[in-house]
Write a protein that binds this ligand. Structure first.
Ligand code: MF3
Ligand code: CO
Ligand code: CO
Length: 255
């Protein structure tokens, strides 16, 4: 299935929602510290979206009960905000998706809670750089496999493990659209990347090759995931527009 290509006006709408999502993430990230609960982070992000005329796309999405995802330490993705309180040494991925004027902007980052271990710093740094490598591999009329190839090469060379079964996605009027954007792939394989298309690049990087554990969320068909051996996982995510000139990151607060 080819990716949807956006009109000029649709790209303008994507720029607006992605900038907002980036600012929402930046704002929420300022509150990450020991003693705050993930519910409080949820409410800060939700309030930010609402007060800027947007809504939180995760809330009610396939029954998901909260407005953001908060994935702490061994949680790989889709962690559900709750009573849990952050403690010194934790790492937490905060994943924000705003919906504005019918379009979605999706971005996440991993934050440190106070001073974290060398391993935690390392897995987080590799996840950030893996996302950057994946974005740099985007070319107009290239493929999703190019992105997966670049991410996998970088992550494995550094002694870490990319998550294969979950990845990025097309994005626009729908939260999750085709194509799937893998973190492992072959150059030239997969789906074609078209100018005017938008995708997310969001590699999850693990410390070990332990298989993931899939966990259910009450009253939701969304699953959340953790590492099978409780080792750390980190992730970053940007929404990216494919242009004739190459990738353009839309989820930047300064745009
Ligand atoms: N924001 C996540 C992503 O990057 C998706 C969360 S779906 C939810 O694709 F239902 F868990 F919110
Ligand atoms: Co996403
Ligand atoms: Co996301």
């Amino acid at each position: 299935m080819p990716m949807t290509v956006k009109s000029k006006d649709e790209i303008k709408a994507m720029e607006a929602v992605c900038r907002l999502a980036a600012r929402c993430l930046e704002h929420t990230g300022r509150f990450v510290k020991a003693g705050i609960s993930t519910n409080e982070l949820n409410d800060i992000a939700h309030e930010y979206a609402l007060s800027h005329g947007a809504s939180s796309a995760p809330l009610g999405y396939h029954g998901f009960p909260k407005s953001i995802c908060t994935s702490i330490n061994e949680v790989v993705c889709h962690g559900v905000p709750g009573e849990e309180v952050l403690k010194e040494g934790d790492i937490i991925n905060v994943d924000v998706t705003c919906l504005l004027n019918g379009f979605h902007g999706d971005t996440s980052a991993t934050f440190f809670v106070g001073q974290v271990s060398e391993r935690a710093q390392r897995v987080t740094e590799i996840a950030l750089k893996a996302m950057e490598k994946g974005i740099e591999a985007i070319t107009p009329f290239g493929t999703t496999g190019d992105i997966g190839f670049a991410i996998n090469k970088f992550v494995t060379r550094n002694g870490f493990y990319p998550v294969e079964e979950i990845g990025g996605h097309g994005i626009g009027r729908k939260f999750h659209e085709e194509p799937f954007v893998p973190s492992v792939g072959k150059k030239g394989k997969g789906d074609k990347l078209l100018p005017g298309g938008c995708i997310t690049v969001e590699p999850m990087v693990n410390e070990t090759s332990a298989p993931l554990v899939e966990l259910s969320i009450p009253n939701s068909t969304i699953k959340y995931y953790a590492t099978g051996d409780k080792t750390l996982s980190a992730q970053f995510e940007h929404t990216v527009l494919i242009t004739e000139a190459g990738p353009r990151i839309l989820t930047l607060p300064s745009l």
